[in-house]
Design a protein around this ligand. Structure first.
Ligand code: B16
Ligand code: MG
Length: 217
C-alpha cells in the first residue's frame, strides 16, 4: 500500500531549478566562467555549500573558507531576489491537483528538500498547508544522495520507506530515495534519471491510479 508521498521541492513542485541555475551562473561569471546545462545537473538536489564546491572544482578555482561563505551568501541573495518575484503561476503543472488527490485519499504528504528557502517559498506560494511534515536543509546534516532527508520525512509521518514514494528531479535525490528503500519516481529527463523506478516528465502525467498500477499495489 502507498501510505505516503514525499516530494522534493525545487524542480518537482516549483520551477525554481532555473533560478538556482541563474544565480550560480551569475556567481560563476564573476569568477570568469559559465556553467553548462550538463554541469548544472550536478548541482540539483545538492546543498548550497556543496554546490559551490562542485562549481569550484569544475572551474579549478580555490577560495578561502571566508570567501566560500561570502560566495554562498551572494548566490543566495540573488536567488532570494528571483524567488521573491514568484507567484502561484510558477507552481509546476499538476502539482496542486496531485497533492489534493493524495490528501483526499488519506495518503500522507511530506516535503524532502535540500533547500534552506523551502518554508518561505511554500508560504509565499500558498501551498505550505498541504504538507503534514517539512524536512528541509535547515533540519538535515547529510546531503542527497544520503537518504537522511527522506528517512526523516517517513519517520515524522510514521510510515516505512517501502510504503512511501519519493518524487525527485535530481540524480542525487533519486539515488537517495533508492538507498533509503523508497519507491522512486523521477520527474524530468529519462536519460538523466534512469535509476528511478519510474520516470515522468511532470506531475501532470501522474495520478493515484497511475502510481498504484506502476508499483503494482
Ligand atoms: P538553498 P531540492 C535543492 O532543493 C536544489 O535542487 C539545489 O539546487 C539547491 O542548491 C539546494 O536545494 C539548496 O538550496 O540554497 O535554497 O538552501 O531540489 O532538494 O528541493
Ligand atoms: Mg529538486
Amino acid at each position: 500500500m502507498i501510505k505516503a508521498c514525499i516530494f522534493d521541492l525545487d524542480g518537482v513542485i516549483v520551477d525554481t531549478a532555473k533560478y538556482h541555475f541563474k544565480a550560480w551562473n551569475r556567481l560563476a561569471q564573476t569568477m570568469g566562467f559559465e556553467i553548462t546545462n550538463e554541469q548544472n545537473e550536478l548541482l540539483k538536489g545538492v546543498s548550497r555549500m556543496e554546490s559551490l564546491e562542485v562549481i569550484l572544482s569544475l572551474a579549478k578555482k580555490e577560495l578561502t573558507q571566508e570567501e566560500k561563505i561570502e560566495a554562498c551568501r551572494q548566490k543566495n541573495e540573488w536567488y532570494v531576489e528571483f524567488i521573491s518575484k514568484m507567484d502561484e503561476k510558477e507552481i509546476l503543472p499538476g502539482a496542486v491537483l496531485l497533492l489534493d488527490e493524495l490528501i483526499a485519499n488519506n495518503i500522507k504528504i511530506a516535503l524532502g528538500s535540500a533547500s534552506r528557502n523551502a518554508v518561505p517559498l511554500l508560504t509565499k506560494l500558498n501551498i505550505i498547508d498541504r504538507f503534514e511534515v517539512i524536512v528541509d536543509g535547515t533540519k538535515t546534516t547529510e546531503s542527497k544522495p544520503h537518504p537522511q532527508v527522506f528517512l526523516m520525512g517517513a519517520d515524522a509521518l510514521g510510515v516505512k520507506p517501502e510504503e512511501s514514494i519519493v518524487f525527485e528531479d535530481s540524480v542525487s535525490g533519486v539515488q537517495a530515495a533508492n538507498t533509503g528503500n523508497f519507491m522512486s519516481v523521477g520527474i524530468g529527463d529519462e536519460d538523466q534519471l534512469h535509476e528511478a523506478d519510474i520516470i515522468f516528465s511532470g506531475l501532470n502525467d501522474i495520478n493515484l491510479l497511475i502510481l498504484q498500477r506502476a508499483f503494482a499495489i
